[in-house]
Design a protein around this ligand. Structure first.
Ligand code: FAD
Ligand code: 2HG
Ligand code: ZN
Length: 473
Protein backbone atom coordinates (compact mmCIF):
# COMPACT_ATOMS: atom_id res chain seq x y z
CA UNK A 1 0.00 0.00 0.00
CA UNK A 2 1.08 3.57 -0.75
CA UNK A 3 2.84 4.79 2.45
CA UNK A 4 1.04 8.14 2.18
CA UNK A 5 -2.36 6.40 2.30
CA UNK A 6 -1.22 4.19 5.17
CA UNK A 7 -0.15 7.25 7.12
CA UNK A 8 -3.53 8.95 6.50
CA UNK A 9 -5.43 5.85 7.60
CA UNK A 10 -3.35 5.60 10.79
CA UNK A 11 -3.97 9.25 11.39
CA UNK A 12 -7.71 8.78 10.89
CA UNK A 13 -8.33 5.83 13.24
CA UNK A 14 -5.12 5.34 15.24
CA UNK A 15 -2.25 3.03 14.30
CA UNK A 16 -3.66 0.21 16.47
CA UNK A 17 -6.74 0.01 14.28
CA UNK A 18 -4.97 -0.31 10.93
CA UNK A 19 -3.92 -3.94 10.50
CA UNK A 20 -1.59 -4.77 7.65
CA UNK A 21 0.19 -7.91 8.71
CA UNK A 22 -0.37 -11.03 10.76
CA UNK A 23 -3.45 -13.19 10.75
CA UNK A 24 -6.22 -11.39 8.88
CA UNK A 25 -8.21 -14.49 7.85
CA UNK A 26 -11.15 -13.50 10.09
CA UNK A 27 -11.75 -10.56 7.74
CA UNK A 28 -10.42 -12.01 4.49
CA UNK A 29 -12.30 -15.34 4.35
CA UNK A 30 -16.10 -15.52 4.29
CA UNK A 31 -18.31 -17.58 6.59
CA UNK A 32 -18.78 -20.34 4.00
CA UNK A 33 -14.99 -20.43 3.42
CA UNK A 34 -15.73 -20.06 -0.26
CA UNK A 35 -13.98 -16.71 -0.92
CA UNK A 36 -10.38 -16.27 0.22
CA UNK A 37 -9.33 -12.66 -0.32
CA UNK A 38 -6.31 -10.53 0.51
CA UNK A 39 -6.69 -7.03 1.99
CA UNK A 40 -4.19 -4.19 1.62
CA UNK A 41 -5.22 -3.30 5.17
CA UNK A 42 -8.01 -3.92 7.65
CA UNK A 43 -9.17 -0.56 9.04
CA UNK A 44 -11.34 -0.40 12.15
CA UNK A 45 -12.86 3.06 12.74
CA UNK A 46 -14.65 3.78 16.02
CA UNK A 47 -16.82 6.76 14.99
CA UNK A 48 -18.71 8.10 11.99
CA UNK A 49 -16.17 10.91 11.55
CA UNK A 50 -13.39 8.32 11.45
CA UNK A 51 -15.28 6.36 8.76
CA UNK A 52 -15.61 9.59 6.77
CA UNK A 53 -11.88 10.32 7.11
CA UNK A 54 -11.01 6.78 5.95
CA UNK A 55 -13.30 7.08 2.91
CA UNK A 56 -11.84 10.51 1.98
CA UNK A 57 -8.30 9.10 2.21
CA UNK A 58 -9.19 6.10 0.03
CA UNK A 59 -10.99 8.34 -2.48
CA UNK A 60 -7.92 10.57 -2.80
CA UNK A 61 -5.78 7.52 -3.52
CA UNK A 62 -8.46 5.78 -5.68
CA UNK A 63 -8.33 2.73 -3.44
CA UNK A 64 -11.36 0.45 -3.20
CA UNK A 65 -13.21 -0.04 0.10
CA UNK A 66 -15.03 -3.22 1.17
CA UNK A 67 -17.30 -2.58 4.18
CA UNK A 68 -17.73 -5.49 6.57
CA UNK A 69 -19.93 -6.10 9.60
CA UNK A 70 -20.11 -9.57 11.13
CA UNK A 71 -18.84 -11.37 8.01
CA UNK A 72 -21.77 -13.78 8.04
CA UNK A 73 -22.94 -12.92 4.51
CA UNK A 74 -23.71 -15.79 2.15
CA UNK A 75 -22.75 -14.26 -1.20
CA UNK A 76 -19.13 -13.18 -0.79
CA UNK A 77 -19.87 -9.44 -0.77
CA UNK A 78 -18.09 -8.56 2.46
CA UNK A 79 -14.58 -9.92 1.91
CA UNK A 80 -11.86 -8.32 -0.24
CA UNK A 81 -10.92 -9.74 -3.61
CA UNK A 82 -7.57 -11.50 -4.08
CA UNK A 83 -5.75 -8.46 -5.50
CA UNK A 84 -4.31 -7.32 -2.16
CA UNK A 85 -5.23 -3.71 -3.07
CA UNK A 86 -8.58 -3.22 -1.31
CA UNK A 87 -9.12 -1.69 2.12
CA UNK A 88 -11.35 -3.80 4.34
CA UNK A 89 -13.42 -1.39 6.45
CA UNK A 90 -14.65 -3.22 9.53
CA UNK A 91 -17.56 -1.55 11.35
CA UNK A 92 -17.28 -3.81 14.39
CA UNK A 93 -15.95 -1.12 16.73
CA UNK A 94 -18.99 1.06 16.04
CA UNK A 95 -21.22 -0.75 18.51
CA UNK A 96 -23.02 1.89 20.58
CA UNK A 97 -26.78 2.02 21.08
CA UNK A 98 -27.38 5.75 20.70
CA UNK A 99 -31.03 5.99 21.77
CA UNK A 100 -34.15 3.99 22.55
CA UNK A 101 -37.41 5.92 22.40
CA UNK A 102 -40.13 3.86 24.09
CA UNK A 103 -43.03 6.10 23.05
CA UNK A 104 -41.85 6.44 19.46
CA UNK A 105 -41.06 2.71 19.33
CA UNK A 106 -37.60 3.32 17.87
CA UNK A 107 -34.03 2.28 18.50
CA UNK A 108 -31.03 4.14 17.09
CA UNK A 109 -27.80 2.19 16.95
CA UNK A 110 -24.43 2.18 15.26
CA UNK A 111 -23.83 -0.10 12.29
CA UNK A 112 -21.48 -2.50 14.08
CA UNK A 113 -24.01 -3.44 16.79
CA UNK A 114 -24.62 -7.17 16.80
CA UNK A 115 -28.29 -7.89 16.01
CA UNK A 116 -28.81 -9.93 19.18
CA UNK A 117 -27.52 -7.06 21.34
CA UNK A 118 -30.19 -4.82 19.82
CA UNK A 119 -32.90 -7.44 20.31
CA UNK A 120 -31.85 -7.59 23.99
CA UNK A 121 -31.87 -3.79 24.30
CA UNK A 122 -35.45 -3.73 23.01
CA UNK A 123 -36.51 -6.62 25.27
CA UNK A 124 -35.13 -4.81 28.32
CA UNK A 125 -37.71 -2.06 27.64
CA UNK A 126 -40.62 -4.47 27.13
CA UNK A 127 -40.36 -4.10 23.35
CA UNK A 128 -39.17 -6.19 20.40
CA UNK A 129 -36.96 -5.72 17.40
CA UNK A 130 -38.66 -8.21 15.08
CA UNK A 131 -35.70 -9.23 12.90
CA UNK A 132 -34.54 -12.74 13.56
CA UNK A 133 -31.98 -15.00 11.87
CA UNK A 134 -29.70 -17.81 12.90
CA UNK A 135 -26.64 -15.54 12.54
CA UNK A 136 -28.08 -12.97 14.98
CA UNK A 137 -25.33 -13.62 17.54
CA UNK A 138 -22.67 -12.34 15.12
CA UNK A 139 -24.23 -10.41 12.20
CA UNK A 140 -24.45 -6.63 12.57
CA UNK A 141 -27.33 -4.26 11.97
CA UNK A 142 -25.26 -2.47 9.32
CA UNK A 143 -24.82 -5.77 7.45
CA UNK A 144 -28.50 -6.61 7.92
CA UNK A 145 -29.52 -3.33 6.32
CA UNK A 146 -26.84 -3.45 3.63
CA UNK A 147 -28.16 -6.87 2.55
CA UNK A 148 -31.83 -6.14 3.37
CA UNK A 149 -31.80 -9.34 5.43
CA UNK A 150 -34.94 -11.40 5.88
CA UNK A 151 -35.03 -14.27 8.34
CA UNK A 152 -37.84 -16.03 10.11
CA UNK A 153 -40.40 -13.28 10.83
CA UNK A 154 -40.71 -11.65 7.43
CA UNK A 155 -44.25 -12.92 6.83
CA UNK A 156 -45.42 -10.75 9.73
CA UNK A 157 -42.94 -7.86 10.06
CA UNK A 158 -41.22 -7.62 6.65
CA UNK A 159 -37.51 -7.68 5.97
CA UNK A 160 -34.85 -5.30 7.31
CA UNK A 161 -36.01 -2.57 4.90
CA UNK A 162 -39.47 -2.47 6.47
CA UNK A 163 -37.95 -2.00 9.92
CA UNK A 164 -35.61 0.81 8.90
CA UNK A 165 -36.91 4.32 9.58
CA UNK A 166 -33.68 6.24 9.14
CA UNK A 167 -30.00 5.92 8.27
CA UNK A 168 -26.71 7.66 8.75
CA UNK A 169 -24.41 7.06 5.78
CA UNK A 170 -20.89 8.06 4.78
CA UNK A 171 -20.96 8.73 1.04
CA UNK A 172 -18.21 7.61 -1.37
CA UNK A 173 -16.94 11.22 -1.20
CA UNK A 174 -16.58 10.99 2.58
CA UNK A 175 -19.55 13.24 3.45
CA UNK A 176 -21.88 12.28 6.31
CA UNK A 177 -25.61 12.10 5.46
CA UNK A 178 -27.62 12.25 8.69
CA UNK A 179 -30.99 10.70 7.88
CA UNK A 180 -31.62 9.27 11.33
CA UNK A 181 -35.22 10.35 11.67
CA UNK A 182 -37.59 8.14 13.59
CA UNK A 183 -40.49 9.31 11.43
CA UNK A 184 -43.07 6.93 9.99
CA UNK A 185 -43.96 9.52 7.38
CA UNK A 186 -41.55 11.70 5.43
CA UNK A 187 -42.29 12.46 1.79
CA UNK A 188 -39.58 15.03 1.19
CA UNK A 189 -38.24 13.94 -2.17
CA UNK A 190 -36.52 10.76 -3.27
CA UNK A 191 -36.13 8.08 -0.61
CA UNK A 192 -32.38 8.00 -0.02
CA UNK A 193 -32.78 5.50 2.80
CA UNK A 194 -34.27 2.92 0.49
CA UNK A 195 -31.43 3.43 -1.96
CA UNK A 196 -28.83 2.45 0.63
CA UNK A 197 -30.80 -0.43 2.16
CA UNK A 198 -29.86 -3.52 0.14
CA UNK A 199 -26.99 -1.80 -1.68
CA UNK A 200 -24.42 -4.20 -0.14
CA UNK A 201 -21.75 -1.57 0.44
CA UNK A 202 -21.67 -0.42 -3.19
CA UNK A 203 -23.15 3.07 -2.65
CA UNK A 204 -21.81 4.13 0.74
CA UNK A 205 -21.08 3.02 4.29
CA UNK A 206 -24.01 2.72 6.69
CA UNK A 207 -22.76 4.01 10.04
CA UNK A 208 -26.00 4.06 12.08
CA UNK A 209 -29.71 3.34 11.75
CA UNK A 210 -33.03 4.06 13.42
CA UNK A 211 -35.19 0.94 13.60
CA UNK A 212 -38.87 0.41 14.27
CA UNK A 213 -39.76 -1.64 17.36
CA UNK A 214 -43.02 -3.38 18.24
CA UNK A 215 -44.64 -4.21 21.60
CA UNK A 216 -43.72 -7.58 23.06
CA UNK A 217 -46.53 -10.13 22.82
CA UNK A 218 -47.93 -11.61 26.01
CA UNK A 219 -47.08 -15.13 24.80
CA UNK A 220 -45.08 -16.78 22.04
CA UNK A 221 -45.63 -20.43 21.19
CA UNK A 222 -43.79 -22.75 18.82
CA UNK A 223 -45.04 -25.92 17.14
CA UNK A 224 -43.83 -28.51 14.66
CA UNK A 225 -46.16 -30.25 12.21
CA UNK A 226 -45.62 -33.10 9.76
CA UNK A 227 -46.88 -32.77 6.18
CA UNK A 228 -46.91 -35.45 3.51
CA UNK A 229 -46.33 -33.01 0.66
CA UNK A 230 -46.04 -29.34 -0.21
CA UNK A 231 -49.72 -28.96 -1.08
CA UNK A 232 -50.47 -30.01 2.49
CA UNK A 233 -47.92 -27.50 3.81
CA UNK A 234 -49.70 -24.75 1.85
CA UNK A 235 -53.09 -25.92 3.14
CA UNK A 236 -51.69 -25.63 6.68
CA UNK A 237 -50.43 -22.12 5.90
CA UNK A 238 -53.90 -21.07 4.67
CA UNK A 239 -55.50 -22.48 7.81
CA UNK A 240 -52.90 -20.88 10.10
CA UNK A 241 -53.44 -17.48 8.47
CA UNK A 242 -57.20 -17.85 8.90
CA UNK A 243 -57.10 -19.02 12.52
CA UNK A 244 -54.10 -17.11 13.91
CA UNK A 245 -54.35 -14.00 11.69
CA UNK A 246 -51.50 -11.55 12.38
CA UNK A 247 -50.39 -13.70 15.34
CA UNK A 248 -48.67 -16.02 12.86
CA UNK A 249 -45.07 -14.75 12.89
CA UNK A 250 -43.12 -17.73 11.55
CA UNK A 251 -43.86 -20.52 9.09
CA UNK A 252 -40.66 -22.40 8.25
CA UNK A 253 -40.31 -25.42 6.00
CA UNK A 254 -37.80 -28.27 6.32
CA UNK A 255 -37.53 -31.24 3.97
CA UNK A 256 -36.75 -34.65 5.43
CA UNK A 257 -33.29 -34.74 3.81
CA UNK A 258 -32.43 -31.35 5.37
CA UNK A 259 -33.32 -32.70 8.83
CA UNK A 260 -31.40 -35.90 8.12
CA UNK A 261 -28.31 -33.82 7.45
CA UNK A 262 -28.85 -32.11 10.83
CA UNK A 263 -29.19 -35.52 12.47
CA UNK A 264 -25.92 -36.66 10.90
CA UNK A 265 -23.93 -33.64 12.04
CA UNK A 266 -25.76 -32.79 15.28
CA UNK A 267 -26.94 -36.20 16.59
CA UNK A 268 -27.31 -34.75 20.09
CA UNK A 269 -30.31 -32.56 19.10
CA UNK A 270 -33.73 -33.88 20.14
CA UNK A 271 -36.23 -34.84 17.38
CA UNK A 272 -39.72 -33.88 18.55
CA UNK A 273 -41.40 -35.54 15.52
CA UNK A 274 -40.77 -38.85 13.75
CA UNK A 275 -39.28 -38.48 10.24
CA UNK A 276 -41.68 -36.91 7.75
CA UNK A 277 -41.37 -35.80 4.10
CA UNK A 278 -41.85 -32.17 5.17
CA UNK A 279 -41.80 -30.58 8.62
CA UNK A 280 -43.25 -27.13 9.26
CA UNK A 281 -42.27 -24.96 12.20
CA UNK A 282 -44.93 -22.46 13.27
CA UNK A 283 -44.41 -19.49 15.56
CA UNK A 284 -47.44 -17.79 17.10
CA UNK A 285 -47.53 -14.53 19.06
CA UNK A 286 -50.61 -13.79 21.10
CA UNK A 287 -51.52 -10.62 22.97
CA UNK A 288 -53.95 -12.47 25.25
CA UNK A 289 -51.52 -14.63 27.20
CA UNK A 290 -50.17 -18.16 27.33
CA UNK A 291 -53.31 -20.22 28.01
CA UNK A 292 -55.43 -18.57 25.28
CA UNK A 293 -52.50 -18.86 22.88
CA UNK A 294 -52.10 -22.55 23.59
CA UNK A 295 -55.82 -23.16 23.11
CA UNK A 296 -55.80 -21.38 19.74
CA UNK A 297 -52.69 -23.15 18.47
CA UNK A 298 -53.86 -26.57 19.64
CA UNK A 299 -57.28 -26.00 18.06
CA UNK A 300 -55.63 -25.11 14.76
CA UNK A 301 -53.47 -28.23 14.82
CA UNK A 302 -56.43 -30.44 15.80
CA UNK A 303 -58.41 -29.06 12.88
CA UNK A 304 -55.48 -29.72 10.52
CA UNK A 305 -55.10 -33.28 11.86
CA UNK A 306 -58.81 -33.90 11.46
CA UNK A 307 -58.70 -32.67 7.86
CA UNK A 308 -55.67 -34.85 7.10
CA UNK A 309 -53.56 -31.77 6.32
CA UNK A 310 -50.94 -32.86 8.82
CA UNK A 311 -50.05 -36.31 10.08
CA UNK A 312 -48.56 -35.36 13.41
CA UNK A 313 -47.81 -32.27 15.51
CA UNK A 314 -46.06 -31.16 18.68
CA UNK A 315 -46.50 -27.87 20.54
CA UNK A 316 -43.52 -26.83 22.65
CA UNK A 317 -44.46 -27.04 26.31
CA UNK A 318 -41.61 -24.86 27.55
CA UNK A 319 -39.07 -22.33 26.33
CA UNK A 320 -36.47 -25.09 26.26
CA UNK A 321 -38.65 -27.19 23.96
CA UNK A 322 -39.30 -24.20 21.71
CA UNK A 323 -35.56 -23.51 21.55
CA UNK A 324 -34.94 -27.15 20.63
CA UNK A 325 -37.40 -26.89 17.72
CA UNK A 326 -35.73 -23.70 16.49
CA UNK A 327 -32.31 -25.29 16.90
CA UNK A 328 -33.28 -28.02 14.45
CA UNK A 329 -34.27 -25.43 11.87
CA UNK A 330 -31.31 -23.12 12.46
CA UNK A 331 -28.80 -25.96 12.37
CA UNK A 332 -29.50 -26.74 8.71
CA UNK A 333 -26.98 -24.18 7.30
CA UNK A 334 -24.44 -25.29 9.92
CA UNK A 335 -24.95 -28.96 9.04
CA UNK A 336 -24.48 -28.08 5.37
CA UNK A 337 -21.26 -26.25 6.19
CA UNK A 338 -19.94 -29.23 8.19
CA UNK A 339 -20.80 -31.52 5.31
CA UNK A 340 -18.67 -29.55 2.84
CA UNK A 341 -18.92 -26.73 0.32
CA UNK A 342 -22.32 -26.73 -1.40
CA UNK A 343 -24.36 -24.91 -3.99
CA UNK A 344 -26.82 -22.46 -2.44
CA UNK A 345 -29.97 -20.96 -3.88
CA UNK A 346 -31.85 -18.27 -2.01
CA UNK A 347 -34.92 -17.83 -4.17
CA UNK A 348 -38.28 -16.07 -3.87
CA UNK A 349 -41.46 -17.42 -5.44
CA UNK A 350 -45.16 -16.68 -5.25
CA UNK A 351 -46.16 -18.98 -2.37
CA UNK A 352 -48.87 -20.53 -4.55
CA UNK A 353 -46.29 -21.73 -7.11
CA UNK A 354 -43.89 -23.40 -4.69
CA UNK A 355 -45.23 -26.98 -5.07
CA UNK A 356 -45.02 -26.81 -8.89
CA UNK A 357 -41.58 -25.15 -8.78
CA UNK A 358 -40.20 -27.78 -6.40
CA UNK A 359 -41.59 -30.73 -8.37
CA UNK A 360 -40.24 -29.47 -11.70
CA UNK A 361 -36.84 -28.40 -10.38
CA UNK A 362 -36.24 -31.49 -8.30
CA UNK A 363 -37.01 -33.72 -11.32
CA UNK A 364 -34.66 -31.72 -13.57
CA UNK A 365 -31.85 -31.79 -11.02
CA UNK A 366 -32.21 -35.51 -10.32
CA UNK A 367 -31.91 -36.21 -14.01
CA UNK A 368 -28.94 -33.89 -14.60
CA UNK A 369 -27.04 -34.68 -11.40
CA UNK A 370 -27.79 -38.18 -10.20
CA UNK A 371 -26.59 -38.67 -6.64
CA UNK A 372 -26.42 -34.98 -5.71
CA UNK A 373 -28.24 -34.39 -2.41
CA UNK A 374 -31.00 -31.78 -2.34
CA UNK A 375 -31.29 -29.75 0.88
CA UNK A 376 -34.54 -27.82 0.68
CA UNK A 377 -35.77 -25.59 3.48
CA UNK A 378 -36.74 -21.99 4.08
CA UNK A 379 -39.26 -19.38 4.93
CA UNK A 380 -42.36 -20.85 3.29
CA UNK A 381 -44.66 -18.23 4.84
CA UNK A 382 -43.11 -15.48 2.73
CA UNK A 383 -42.24 -17.57 -0.34
CA UNK A 384 -38.46 -17.79 0.25
CA UNK A 385 -36.83 -21.17 -0.34
CA UNK A 386 -33.25 -22.30 0.13
CA UNK A 387 -33.01 -24.88 -2.63
CA UNK A 388 -29.49 -26.10 -1.95
CA UNK A 389 -27.39 -28.98 -3.25
CA UNK A 390 -24.76 -31.02 -1.49
CA UNK A 391 -22.21 -33.10 -3.44
CA UNK A 392 -23.03 -36.78 -4.03
CA UNK A 393 -21.68 -38.94 -1.18
CA UNK A 394 -17.95 -39.44 -1.56
CA UNK A 395 -17.34 -36.36 -3.75
CA UNK A 396 -15.47 -33.33 -2.32
CA UNK A 397 -17.80 -30.35 -1.95
CA UNK A 398 -15.31 -27.94 -3.51
CA UNK A 399 -14.88 -30.18 -6.58
CA UNK A 400 -18.64 -30.52 -6.95
CA UNK A 401 -19.17 -26.75 -6.77
CA UNK A 402 -16.34 -26.05 -9.23
CA UNK A 403 -17.58 -28.62 -11.74
CA UNK A 404 -21.36 -28.36 -11.53
CA UNK A 405 -22.46 -25.04 -10.05
CA UNK A 406 -23.03 -23.24 -13.37
CA UNK A 407 -25.20 -26.07 -14.70
CA UNK A 408 -27.16 -26.37 -11.45
CA UNK A 409 -27.74 -22.63 -11.37
CA UNK A 410 -29.01 -22.61 -14.93
CA UNK A 411 -31.58 -25.31 -14.10
CA UNK A 412 -32.71 -23.70 -10.85
CA UNK A 413 -32.82 -20.07 -11.99
CA UNK A 414 -34.53 -20.91 -15.30
CA UNK A 415 -37.23 -22.63 -13.25
CA UNK A 416 -37.39 -19.77 -10.74
CA UNK A 417 -38.02 -17.22 -13.48
CA UNK A 418 -40.48 -19.52 -15.27
CA UNK A 419 -42.48 -19.64 -12.01
CA UNK A 420 -42.49 -15.87 -11.53
CA UNK A 421 -39.71 -15.78 -8.93
CA UNK A 422 -36.44 -14.00 -8.10
CA UNK A 423 -32.91 -15.42 -7.98
CA UNK A 424 -32.14 -13.55 -4.76
CA UNK A 425 -34.65 -13.30 -1.93
CA UNK A 426 -32.75 -12.21 1.19
CA UNK A 427 -29.00 -12.84 0.88
CA UNK A 428 -28.28 -10.32 -1.87
CA UNK A 429 -26.03 -10.53 -4.93
CA UNK A 430 -22.50 -9.95 -3.60
CA UNK A 431 -19.83 -11.59 -5.74
CA UNK A 432 -21.81 -14.80 -6.21
CA UNK A 433 -24.64 -13.63 -8.44
CA UNK A 434 -23.18 -10.75 -10.47
CA UNK A 435 -23.30 -12.80 -13.65
CA UNK A 436 -26.95 -13.69 -12.95
CA UNK A 437 -27.64 -9.95 -12.75
CA UNK A 438 -25.96 -9.50 -16.14
CA UNK A 439 -27.82 -12.43 -17.67
CA UNK A 440 -31.23 -12.27 -16.07
CA UNK A 441 -32.05 -8.78 -14.77
CA UNK A 442 -34.14 -6.81 -17.25
CA UNK A 443 -31.75 -4.49 -19.17
CA UNK A 444 -33.62 -1.30 -18.27
CA UNK A 445 -33.51 -2.13 -14.55
CA UNK A 446 -29.82 -2.94 -14.80
CA UNK A 447 -29.04 0.27 -16.70
CA UNK A 448 -30.91 2.37 -14.10
CA UNK A 449 -28.93 0.73 -11.32
CA UNK A 450 -25.65 1.33 -13.15
CA UNK A 451 -26.57 5.02 -13.58
CA UNK A 452 -27.32 5.30 -9.86
CA UNK A 453 -23.98 3.68 -9.05
CA UNK A 454 -22.10 6.00 -11.43
CA UNK A 455 -23.86 9.09 -10.02
CA UNK A 456 -23.19 8.26 -6.36
CA UNK A 457 -19.79 6.62 -6.71
CA UNK A 458 -18.19 8.02 -9.87
CA UNK A 459 -14.73 6.77 -8.87
CA UNK A 460 -16.11 3.26 -8.38
CA UNK A 461 -14.35 2.79 -5.04
CA UNK A 462 -17.25 1.34 -3.03
CA UNK A 463 -17.18 -2.46 -3.06
CA UNK A 464 -16.39 -2.66 -6.80
CA UNK A 465 -17.50 -5.61 -8.95
CA UNK A 466 -20.15 -6.55 -6.40
CA UNK A 467 -23.89 -6.52 -7.14
CA UNK A 468 -23.62 -4.93 -10.61
CA UNK A 469 -21.73 -6.01 -13.71
CA UNK A 470 -19.72 -3.18 -15.27
CA UNK A 471 -21.83 -0.77 -17.34
CA UNK A 472 -21.75 -1.70 -21.02
CA UNK A 473 -19.83 -4.88 -20.18
P1 FAD B 1 -21.35 -8.92 6.28
O1 FAD B 1 -21.31 -10.35 5.93
O2 FAD B 1 -20.18 -8.38 7.00
O3 FAD B 1 -21.58 -8.05 4.95
C1 FAD B 1 -22.62 -8.36 4.07
C2 FAD B 1 -22.68 -7.30 2.95
O4 FAD B 1 -23.05 -6.04 3.49
C3 FAD B 1 -21.35 -7.06 2.25
O5 FAD B 1 -21.59 -6.74 0.92
C4 FAD B 1 -20.77 -5.86 2.98
O6 FAD B 1 -19.88 -5.13 2.16
C5 FAD B 1 -22.02 -5.07 3.31
N1 FAD B 1 -21.94 -4.31 4.55
C6 FAD B 1 -21.78 -4.81 5.81
N2 FAD B 1 -21.83 -3.81 6.70
C7 FAD B 1 -22.03 -2.66 5.99
C8 FAD B 1 -22.17 -1.29 6.36
N3 FAD B 1 -22.16 -0.91 7.64
N4 FAD B 1 -22.36 -0.39 5.37
C9 FAD B 1 -22.42 -0.77 4.06
N5 FAD B 1 -22.28 -2.04 3.67
C10 FAD B 1 -22.10 -2.98 4.63
N6 FAD B 1 -29.63 -13.88 5.98
C11 FAD B 1 -30.96 -13.67 5.86
O7 FAD B 1 -31.37 -12.72 5.20
N7 FAD B 1 -31.86 -14.50 6.47
C12 FAD B 1 -31.47 -15.56 7.21
O8 FAD B 1 -32.29 -16.30 7.72
C13 FAD B 1 -30.08 -15.79 7.36
N8 FAD B 1 -29.64 -16.82 8.10
C14 FAD B 1 -28.30 -17.03 8.22
C15 FAD B 1 -27.86 -18.09 8.99
C16 FAD B 1 -26.51 -18.34 9.16
C17 FAD B 1 -26.06 -19.49 10.00
C18 FAD B 1 -25.58 -17.47 8.54
C19 FAD B 1 -24.10 -17.68 8.71
C20 FAD B 1 -26.00 -16.41 7.77
C21 FAD B 1 -27.36 -16.18 7.59
N9 FAD B 1 -27.84 -15.14 6.81
C22 FAD B 1 -29.17 -14.91 6.69
C23 FAD B 1 -26.90 -14.30 6.05
C24 FAD B 1 -26.30 -13.11 6.86
O9 FAD B 1 -26.30 -13.35 8.21
C25 FAD B 1 -27.02 -11.84 6.59
O10 FAD B 1 -26.85 -11.52 5.23
C26 FAD B 1 -26.57 -10.64 7.44
O11 FAD B 1 -27.48 -9.60 7.21
C27 FAD B 1 -25.16 -10.16 7.15
O12 FAD B 1 -24.73 -9.30 8.20
P2 FAD B 1 -23.18 -9.10 8.50
O13 FAD B 1 -23.04 -8.02 9.51
O14 FAD B 1 -22.52 -10.37 8.82
O15 FAD B 1 -22.68 -8.56 7.07
C1 2HG C 1 -31.49 -19.64 6.62
O1 2HG C 1 -32.66 -19.42 6.31
C2 2HG C 1 -30.41 -18.81 6.00
O2 2HG C 1 -31.19 -20.49 7.46
C3 2HG C 1 -29.28 -19.62 5.40
O3 2HG C 1 -30.92 -17.88 5.13
C4 2HG C 1 -29.70 -20.36 4.16
O4 2HG C 1 -27.72 -21.69 4.30
C5 2HG C 1 -28.62 -21.27 3.58
O5 2HG C 1 -28.72 -21.58 2.40
ZN1 ZN D 1 -33.05 -17.87 4.97
Amino acid sequence: MDPALLARLRDAVGADHVLTGGELAAWEVDWRRRWHGKAAAVVRPGTTDEVAAVVRACATHRVAIVPQGGNTGMVGGGVPDASGTQVLLSLQRMSRVRALDVDNLTLTAEAGCVLQTLQEAATAQGLRLPLSLAAEGSCTIGGNLATNAGGTEVLRFGNARQLCLGLEVVTPQGEVWDGLSGLRKDNTGYDLRDLFVGSEGTLGVITAATLALVPRPAATLTALAACADLDAALALLRLARARLASGLTGFELMARHALELVETHFPELPRPLPPTPWAVLLEFDDAQGESTARERLEALLAEALEAGTIGDAAVAGSLAQADAMWQLRESIPLAQARDGLNVKHDVALPVSRIPAFCAATEAALREALPGARLVVFGHLGDGNLHFNLQAPPGQEGADFVAAREAEVNRIVYDAVLAHGGSFSAEHGIGALKVHEMAARKPPVALALMQRIKAALDPLGIMNPHRVLPPAGG
